[in-house]
Design a protein around this ligand. Structure first.
Ligand SMILES: Cc1ncc(COP(=O)(O)O)c(C=O)c1O
Length: 431
């Protein structure tokens, strides 16, 4: 559109909720056309009094449910006690408590000698820091990224993201990335790791040695594609052999979503860099960190910064969440048990809907059902919404229904949500 085509005087219809003001870029408010008013535990309630069971959990930002009292109470106490809210990267009591708990509950028991970088509060901020650090440490440019990956919308993170619609929004070339097939990608079974090994081992391959490889153990936005432990181990050993930095983007799969705190624990690997955000604060407050091996800490003071690196309310709820849920193995075990229930249900559902090409994938409480027929997954999500269940699609063609219930969901609510999903699939396939 030429600038002269943009009308500043076009009449607009004013609507009660003010949504005529909001950009066309909005998405969830279109998929779920209601105004939400309150939320607690596994449910949201709309202003018109309807209850919705949540199998979406803020795209993975609410692993411990909505308005969790174990996190809200220390937060309210902190705020009413006059605690700092904003502090850039000054040291505060809230930040010190978070660092101690992260060290004692998460890092030390796993033998992880990581430094912690507080980045801006979104996942993309953590990814940008990770990529920049890998490039600075190695002095190289290229990042290896995989098909169907999603790492965020800022330019560096978008360059390693695969989805063509999202990439098209960049408006500039997204360079310095070598794209390889993720495990199981494509119809011809080309192995991304065989390719990676050959390209890096052969000085005649024409591929410059990359700075780093960025990978998700479960690709959430890309359609809930899971990498096996063997595949992750081979990737880690290739990175070690060629001295390429291994970055695990654990923004959606981390914080217990797949069972263990870090999603890569199932493979027994130690990434060089780990990106965490989403459920790190536990309460839905924005927060992100980038963890990296101590030797990689080549930053000079202030070289990478951001105004909102020090959100103390998020430190308070993150500290409470780690103490409450990660001091022992109970949450991990219950996630694995609930995950087995989901797997059983979805396996049965897929058998019933073979004709629709239904296929289940997932790990822990991170699941997806792919449908071959275009548009069917979106229709399932719409039918689920009509029946009081929030689930969203993922995958490059929105062909997958993605399930992310709270890790603390009750057995009853889990069964109810799976039952609604069943009814939604039946309705959508019958239509
Ligand atoms: C794996 C992964 N990385 C990065 C991001 C980007 O996070 P944010 O939207 O907070 O920037 C997301 C968001 O969905 C994600 O799933």
């Amino acid at each position: 559109m030429a600038r002269s085509d943009v009308s500043f005087t076009r009449p607009v219809t004013v609507v009660a909720d003010g949504s005529e003001l909001e950009s066309e870029v909005r998405s969830y408010s279109r998929a779920w056309p209601t105004t939400f008013a309150t939320a607690g535990g596994d449910r949201l309630r709309s202003a018109d009094g309807k209850s919705y069971l949540d199998f979406f959990t803020g795209a993975g930002a609410l692993n411990y449910g909505h308005d969790n009292p174990a996190l809200r109470e220390p937060l309210v106490e902190y705020l009413t006690g006059g605690g700092l809210v904003h502090s850039l990267d000054m040291m505060t009591e809230a930040k010190a408590a978070f660092l101690r708990v992260l060290r004692d509950i998460v890092l030390a028991p796993r033998g992880l000698d990581y430094r912690v970088q507080f980045t801006g509060p979104t996942g993309a901020n953590s990814v940008e820091a990770a990529l920049k650090l890998a490039r600075k440490v190695t002095g190289r440019h290229t990042a290896v990224a995989f098909t169907r990956s999603f790492h965020g919308m800022s330019l560096g993170a978008l360059a390693v993201t695969a989805n063509s619609d999202k990439r098209a929004g960049a408006g500039v070339p997204l360079d310095h990335v070598l794209r390889l097939p993720y495990e199981g990608f494509g119809r011809h079974g080309v192995s991304g790791l065989d390719l990676l090994e050959d390209l890096l081992a052969d000085p005649g391959s024409g591929v410059d040695m990359p700075a780093g490889v960025i990978v998700e153990t479960v690709q959430g936005e890309g359609g809930v594609n899971t990498a096996s432990a063997a595949w992750m181990r081979r990737l880690a050993s290739l990175c070690a052999r060629f001295e390429v930095v291994l970055i695990v983007d654990d923004i959606q799969a981390g914080c217990g979503r797949t069972g263990p705190f870090f999603s890569f624990e199932y493979a027994g690997i130690t990434p060089d860099i780990v990106c965490l955000s989403k459920s790190l604060s536990g309460f839905g407050l924005p927060m992100a960190i980038t963890l990296f091996r101590r030797e990689l800490d080549v930053w000079s003071p202030g070289e990478h910064n951001g105004t909102f690196r020090g959100s103390n309310p998020a430190f308070v709820t993150a500290t409470a969440a780690l103490r409450e849920y990660w001091s022992d193995e109970r949450l991990r075990h219950s996630t694995e048990q609930k995950g087995a229930v989901v797997t059983d249900n979805l396996t049965t559902l897929c058998h019933r809907h073979v004709a629709a090409g239904a296929v289940h994938r997932g790990r822990g409480l991170f699941h997806g059902v792919e449908f071959a027929e275009p548009g069917l997954a979106a229709n399932v999500c719409r039918a689920a919404f009509d029946r009081g269940l929030l689930v969203e699609t993922s995958g490059p063609r929105d062909e997958v229904v993605k399930l992310l219930p709270s890790l603390l969901i009750s057995q009853e609510n889990l069964a109810e949500g799976l039952h609604i999903l069943d009814a939604a699939v039946a309705a959508a396939t019958a239509a």
